[in-house]
Ligand binder design. Structure first.
Ligand code: 13P
Length: 270
C-alpha cells in the first residue's frame, strides 16, 4: 500500500529566527492518529532551526534543492552530503528552478541520483505549462520529463536503477505550472489521469514495480478547501503544498483530510 504524504514547500519564505516556531506550530496542529507522512521543506538556512523544532514530533524535514555534484567550485550551491543530519527528504526539479535556474530533465536526473546516493527521500517534480495543456500535449510533456529524468538518473544499468530508486522511497509530485501560486487548481480527475500517465511512463522505462508502487502527489494551489477533491482519487497519494503550507490553519485542515484517506486506505475502503 502506498503511503499518504503531505509535504510543505515553504519556498523563499521564513528566516532562521521564525521558521522553528512556525514548524512547531504546524507540527502541533497536524498531529493525528492516522498514518500520514508529514514533511516540511524550509529554505536551506532554516533547516537546522526546523530540524530542532520538529525533533520528536514525527514531522520530517526536507530541503528544496540539491546540487548535482558532491562538492567543488560551485559558489552558492549545496551538495547532498552537506544535508546529512539536516534533512531526510529533498525536492528536486521544482518548476520554479526549471524556470529560474534553467534546470533540465538531464540535470534533475543527476540531482536525483545524488539524493538517492545520500539516502535522501526525493520528491521529483514534473508538470506541464499552460500552453502545453491547451495544445493537448500535457501528457506527452510529462511523459517526456519522466523519461528524461530517469534516463539521466540511470547512467548505470536499468537493474541498478530499479534497486536504487525503488529503495529510495521516491515520490513524484505532479505540479502543473499554470496551477502554481495562481489559485487555479487542476481538477481531481485531471490530476488522477496524469498520475496514471506518470506511473505508466515509469513502468515504460523498465521500472515496472516502481511504476505501481510510487506515491504520486498533486501540487498547485492546494488548500484545505480543495484537498478532498484530489485525495478522493485513488491514484493520488497526497499533496505538495506551497502558499497554504505557511498557514497552520490550512495545514491542519489538509492533514486532517489526508488522515481520513490514510485511515480509509489502511482499512481497505479505498
Ligand atoms: P502553491 O501551493 O503556492 O500553488 O505552490 C505549489 C508548489 O509549487 C509546491 O511545490
Amino acid at each position: 500500500m502506498r503511503p499518504v504524504v503531505i509535504a510543505a514547500n515553504w519556498k523563499m519564505h521564513t528566516t532562521p529566527a521564525d521558521a522553528g516556531e512556525l514548524a512547531a506550530t504546524i507540527a502541533a496542529r497536524t498531529r493525528i492518529e492516522a498514518p500520514v507522512e508529514r514533511v516540511i521543506c524550509p529554505p536551506f538556512v532554516c533547516l537546522a532551526a526546523v530540524r530542532d523544532a520538529l525533533s520528536g514530533t514525527g514531522v520530517a524535514v526536507g530541503a528544496q534543492n540539491v546540487h548535482h555534484e558532491l562538492g567543488g567550485a560551485y559558489t552558492g550551491e549545496i551538495s547532498a552530503p552537506m544535508l546529512a543530519g539536516l534533512a531526510s527528504w529533498v525536492i528536486v526539479g521544482h518548476s520554479e528552478r526549471r524556470r529560474d535556474a534553467g534546470e533540465t530533465d538531464e540535470l534533475i536526473g543527476r540531482k536525483l541520483r545524488r539524493a538517492v546516493e545520500a539516502g535522501l527521500r526525493p520528491i521529483v517534480c514534473v508538470g506541464e505549462q499552460l500552453d502545453e495543456r491547451e495544445a493537448g500535449r500535457a501528457e506527452a510533456v510529462v511523459r517526456g520529463q519522466v523519461h528524461g529524468i530517469l534516463t539521466a538518473f540511470g547512467d548505470a544499468t536499468i537493474g541498478d536503477v530499479a534497486a536504487d530508486l525503488g529503495e529510495s522511497g521516491v515520490v513524484i509530485a505532479y505540479e502543473p505550472v499554470w496551477a502554481i501560486g495562481t489559485g487555479r487548481n487542476a481538477t481531481g480527475a485531471d490530476a488522477a489521469a496524469m498520475a496514471d500517465t506518470i506511473r505508466a511512463a515509469i513502468a515504460a522505462t523498465g521500472l515496472v514495480d516502481l511504476g505501481a508502487a510510487v506515491p504520486v502527489l498533486y501540487g498547485g494551489s492546494v488548500t484545505a478547501a480543495n484537498i478532498g477533491e484530489f485525495l478522493a482519487e485513488p491514484g493520488i497519494d497526497g499533496a505538495l503544498v506551497g502558499g497554504a503550507s505557511l498557514k497552520p490553519d490550512e495545514m491542519a485542515g489538509i492533514v486532517a483530510r489526508a488522515g481520513l484517506t490514510a485511515a480509509a486506505r489502511a482499512g481497505g475502503a479505498g
